[in-house]
Every structure is written in C-alpha cells, then in structure tokens.
Design a protein around this ligand. Sequence first.
Ligand code: DGP
Length: 117
Amino acid sequence: MSEKTIFQKIIDREIPAPLVYEDDLVAAFNDVNPQAPTHVLIVPKKLIPRVGEATAEDQATLGALLLAAGKIADKLGIKDRSKGFRLVINHGKDAGESVPHMHVHLLAGRPLDWPPG
Ligand code: DGP
C-alpha cells in the first residue's frame, strides 16, 4: 500500500488540523499556505487522486464536495452575492497540483482576478 497523502493523515487525525467542516464523505480545513484571507481545502475522505480520475462510483462524493462548499461559505458569511467566493480544482502539473489527493480550494475575502494566473 502506498504512503498516505498529507490530506489522508489529516482526515485520519494522524496530523492535527482543526476541521472547518466534516460530514460522512468530506472534510475541510484551512490551507497551510493561504492565497486569500479565506482559503479552505475541501477534501473527499476517500482517496481520489485527481478529479479526472473520479469514476461514476464517486458521484455522491463529488456532489458532497460542492454542497460542502456552499455550507462552509454560509458558515463563514461569504455566501451573499455581494461578497462571494471562488472554487478551484487543480488537476495535474500545468494546473499546479501539488498534493495527489483531490481537493477543492475555496478562496474568498478579497477580489479575485479573472482570468486566473
Ligand atoms: P494543489 O496545488 O491544488 O495540489 O493544492 C495543495 C494545497 O495544499 C496547497 O495550497 C498547500 C496545501 N497544503 C500542503 N500541505 C498542507 C498541509 O500539511 N496542511 C494544510 N492545511 N495544507 C497543506
């Protein structure tokens, strides 16, 4: 069995990180290197290395990630359209993926450029 990812270790509570949100399928915690005043990582408890490798079996998990984003935004007071947030998923090298355990970045708290860098 291959070495657990850092995110799996956080999910399994082997590495301490306060959880911003948790349900049966996903966990969320603050990014260690925040790119905005709010930068939360929403991670499936099941290891899906990257979004393009998800299968039909993962449908509920993929849905849970987006539903969690809405709940977290609500909890953090950024769901209102006058504020807002951005969700980002990096798949592979050109996108800047650095942890091979799929995750959704939730970024907020400042105006975010478009197109992204
Ligand atoms: P990505 O580049 O899309 O694979 O994003 C990986 C993110 O994970 C990056 O923004 C930094 C964050 N990160 C890496 N190691 C840790 C860690 O040990 N704890 C936390 N909370 N975040 C981490």
